[in-house]
Design a protein around this ligand. Structure first.
Ligand code: R1P
Length: 352
């Protein structure tokens, strides 16, 4: 096989071809086109290899789906803007079982994901799969009632593409919510963890929603992530939970996203605890990375829906039914927290 790869033509996501090693450039079978991205096709990057001058040809798939270019994101944004009179500057992504906030919006316009050009669709229980745009206590907000996860088969850039759509619609601040397993032994089921930092496991492994050619219209090639979770918004939220008498169930901590869909083994959880993880989930990080890349302020929280199981001698198991059930029990408090925070965010935004 390696001799077959002597002459390799590679097409990168910018559409340019290059010769990977010595030999004759023979024939480029397929270039990824904008059309392919627009249609959401698997934009396979292909290469042809020939072995030592013979005409033995081999097709090698070397890439993944190509991230949507700016114009495709713009098309989704324009579609939504043309379907609503609201002009939200605040976006919300609702985690598993936490979509009820969207139902609280007044004068709302509802867009099933299937109806939005270029949008993925939700496939997970507890994620309705609708964009809801309306007023929350008079503040224009757009709410994702359901998100996209890597384990559904979406590349990370696609999990996070709605954040770019929000950006092009004028959103400047985002609230990201999720259900997560509590790894910190001090956490109880039903606690709310304000996220102060994350560990980007996929990033460690070389994947990122920002992988591929960078478009400066979205943000810089190398965005900083040390202050991803806005300190002022976290302080604001802490005051709100104190006013709501919820301080004893509110924590602050570090979230990690794993690829899922398996819940973690005991050994994996022990490892994560050693490196300082407080809550474990399968989402959020790609959305936050993309939001920070395009300059949005981020506030995020996890609802601790289950305790991570760290013992070998138990029959208990993590399960999604429990996740949804706990989310349902806590939804009123979470909606009120989000609502109060949104009102304050809007005031701060107005005051500059
Ligand atoms: O992160 P959200 O979407 O809230 O959902 C969490 O709950 C599901 C597992 O029960 C996973 O999708 C995990 O990421």
């Amino acid at each position: 096989m390696s001799s077959l790869l002597n002459n390799l033509i590679v097409t990168d996501p910018s559409g340019s071809s290059r010769k990977e090693s010595g030999g004759n450039l023979i024939h480029l079978q397929q270039r990824p086109t904008e059309d392919m991205a627009t249609q959401g096709n698997r934009g396979r990057l292909r290469a042809l290899a020939s072995g030592g001058g013979s005409m033995c040809l081999e097709e090698v798939v070397i890439g993944e789906e190509i991230p949507y270019p700016y114009e495709v994101i713009q098309e989704s944004a324009e579609y939504l803007l043309s379907g609503t009179r609201h002009r939200p500057k605040i976006g919300v992504i609702c985690g598993s079982g936490l979509g009820g906030l969207a139902d609280q919006l007044d004068e709302r316009d509802v867009f099933p994901y299937e109806s939005i050009p270029n949008f993925p669709v939700s496939t997970v229980v507890g994620h309705a799969g609708r964009m809801v745009i309306g007023l929350l206590s008079g503040v224009p907000v757009m709410c994702m009632q359901g998100r996209f996860h890597a384990y559904e088969g979406y590349p990370l850039w696609k999990c996070a593409m709605p954040v770019r759509v929000m950006k092009l619609m004028g959103v400047e601040q985002i609230i990201v919510t999720n259900a997560a397993g509590g790894l910190n032994p001090g956490f109880k089921v039903g606690d709310i963890m304000i996220i102060k930092d994350h560990i980007n496991m996929q990033g460690f492994a070389g994947d990122s929603p920002l992988r591929g050619r960078n478009d400066e219209r979205f943000g810089p090639r190398f965005p900083a992530m040390n202050n991803a979770y806005d300190k002022n918004l976290r302080d604001m939220a802490k005051k709100i939970v104190a006013d709501m008498n919820l301080s004893d169930v509110v924590q602050e901590g570090v979230y990690v996203m794993l690829g899922g869909p398996t819940y973690e083994t005991v050994a994996e959880l022990k490892l994560l605890r050693v490196v300082g993880v407080d809550a474990v989930g399968m989402s959020t990080v790609p959305e936050v990375v993309v939001a920070r890349h395009c300059g949005m302020k981020v506030f995020a929280f996890s609802l601790i829906t289950n305790q991570c199981i760290m013992q070998y001698d138990t029959d208990a198991t993590a399960n999604h039914e429990e996740v949804i059930e706990v989310a349902d029990k806590r939804k009123k408090d979470l909606q009120e927290l989000a609502c109060r925070l949104i009102v304050k965010m809007a005031v701060v935004d107005q005051d500059g």
